[in-house]
Design a protein around this ligand. Structure first.
Ligand code: ITT
Length: 200
């Protein structure tokens, strides 16, 4: 079975990606970036999700000599002009501190009334091959931000994003329910046929 690197070290994303890619019929042996601890973290110097996803995918593909897929994603709040956006993972200053990131964002939105709490999750899904071939696609999940966190599934800002048409937050959905509608699910389901076409 041919190997495909999942160029992310975020355990929440890895769990979701494995399920999404397997459900979409991808037959490859999926290996997380954690299997390559000697490869340094990529500096996310891009200013868009797509640029950063491509940076991560190319870095892993170059370093391993294997095809790699990467995800760059975040929460974009309308009333904040799209922030935290590409800075979602380090909004509070500490990369990956989900609890502090969520608490800071809720505090910043403390005075914002229900009708002005629209936001969306965005995900860019990139594929890079060792020869430099690249593809990138994007997906979104629109919703409204709660005033208090609810639910224990998922990761990151899931406890405060209530998708449009839902009464529950993303963290109250089952993993399958979230993957069916999520930004990540949409982007990677679109990328799978491209992976199959390029890798067979
Ligand atoms: P890698 O770079 O190793 O993939 P990361 O967590 O640093 O991991 P990003 O730079 O793409 O990844 O930042 C993504 C952040 O956006 C993540 O830490 C969450 O705070 C938020 N986020 C993205 N997708 C989310 C989701 O499905 N549910 C909740 N929060 C999400």
């Amino acid at each position: 079975m041919s190997r495909l690197i999942l160029a992310t070290r975020n355990p929440g994303k890895i769990t979701e990606l494995r399920a999404i890619l397997a459900d979409a019929g991808l037959q490859h042996d999926l290996v997380g970036a954690d299997a390559y601890p000697e490869i340094p973290d990529v500096k996310e110097t891009g200013v868009t999700f797509a640029e950063n996803a491509l940076l991560k995918a190319h870095a892993l593909a170059r370093a391993t000599g294997l095809p790699a897929v990467a995800d760059d994603s975040g929460l974009c709040v309308d009333v904040l002009g799209g922030a935290p956006g590409i800075f979602s993972a380090r909004w509070s200053g500490t990369h990956g501190d989900d609890r502090a990131n969520l608490a800071l964002l809720l505090a910043q939105l403390g005075d914002i009334a229900d009708g002005h709490r629209a936001a969306h999750f965005a995900c860019a899904a990139a594929l890079a091959l060792p020869d430099g071939t690249e593809r990138v696609v994007e997906g979104r999940l629109r919703g409204t931000l709660r005033h208090e966190p609810a639910g224990s599934h998922g990761f990151g800002y899931d406890p405060i994003l209530q998708p449009d048409g839902e009464t529950r937050t993303c963290a109250e959905l089952t993993p399958d329910e979230k993957n069916a509608i999520s930004h990540r699910g949409k982007a990677f389901r679109e990328l799978v046929p491209v992976v199959k076409e390029l890798l067979g």
